[in-house]
Design a protein around this ligand. Structure first.
Ligand code: SF4
Ligand code: SF4
Length: 309
């Protein structure tokens, strides 16, 4: 019933896991943090206990429901030289949109099953979303460290409901990466470990363009591949994304002004244009200053490459 309701609400994947301590994941997270792969994202060090045990987030938690919400869209920015924005940020910020749906689903569960206590999350609390999604059987974690579903690909947002309701758990899916190494080979900054399944977040363009508040390190000057906000490379080369179908969420549709912004317009973007084009968008996260920094760095990279040629 819950899965049918989630599908009716637009979630295109829904799976269930038992709410328990995440033994393997806790060990992996600890090692990842020790290696400094989280870069300046010091918030990742906080709430380690809650991050690895949902029962500390929701008293008496019994089940974790993982949900996926499609954001794939085939439209592209029209100027091939324009700084690039990750597809997930084309439309309105997903946090509010998905959270509203989670709230509705939670309210519906309470109306159907009685006194259910719980909480819902979308990138909003110390929850290992990808690992819960894996445990819930809605995909496997690929060598690019993203959750992949054999029919839906990986272009979706993850979210969870943690409930004190006992539900039948799903089984994890097997790994279908096989001998493929496309994401590893294509990553311009070598953020993915040569063997896959491990990401040095501090080298990832998504981190560099969104999370890093300092100047972008010079070592990445010729490796940014013109990305100004996020990076889609390791998803776009993944063969499992050939099955992606466009989303039907009107609020995620890209504005025509964003898609048609030329390289020159990016370089001269002012506050008024930024507010207008990115109103309600996840791009607001960096603010105009962040986008200006990134675009200037891309221009610096282009100038440097030109000089070297
Ligand atoms: S998002 Fe881009 S930079 Fe980050 S791991 Fe994937 S390909 Fe590499
Ligand atoms: S590109 Fe290949 S190796 Fe990488 S995640 Fe996709 S299937 Fe796995």
């Amino acid at each position: 019933m819950i899965k049918a309701k989630a599908a009716e609400m637009g979630f295109f994947l829904c799976g269930i896991a038992r709410a328990e301590f995440m033994d393997d994941e806790a060990r992996r997270l600890e090692k990842w943090l020790t290696q400094g792969y989280h870069g300046d994202m010091s918030y990742m060090e906080n709430h380690f206990d809650k991050r690895t045990d949902p029962r500390l987030l929701v008293h008496g938690a019994k089940s974790v429901i993982s949900l996926a919400y499609n954001y794939y869209h085939p439209e592209k920015q029209t100027d091939p030289e324009a700084p690039k924005i990750s597809m997930y940020a084309f439309g309105k910020d997903y946090h509010k949109i998905v959270k509203k749906k989670l709230k509705q689903l939670f309210t519906w569960i309470q109306s159907e099953f009685g006194a259910v206590e719980g909480r819902y999350f979308v990138d909003s609390a110390p929850v290992l979303e990808r690992d819960w999604a894996k445990r819930s059987g809605i995909g496997w974690v690929g060598k690019n460290t993203l959750l992949i579903h054999p029919k839906k690909g990986s272009c979706f947002f993850l979210s969870e409901l943690i409930l004190d309701l006992e539900l039948e758990a799903d089984h994890p899916l097997r790994d279908y990466c096989g001998t493929c190494t496309r994401c590893i080979d294509a990553c311009p900054t070598d953020a993915i470990h040569p063997e896959g399944y491990l990401m040095d977040g501090s080298r990832c363009i998504s981190y560099l363009t969104i999370e890093l508040k300092k100047n972008l390190p010079e070592e990445f000057a010729e490796k940014m591949e013109n990305w100004a906000f996020g990076c889609d490379i390791c998803q776009s080369v993944c063969p499992w994304n050939r099955f992606s179908v466009p989303h039907s969420e009107e609020k995620f549709l890209p504005s025509s002004e964003l898609l048609s912004l030329s390289k020159k317009e990016w370089l001269t973007l002012d506050q008024n244009a930024f507010e207008r084009i990115f109103e309600g968008s996840a791009v607001k996260r960096t603010g105009l200053e962040g986008i200006r920094r990134n675009v200037a760095f891309l221009q610096h990279s282009a100038d440097k490459s030109g000089r070297e040629e």
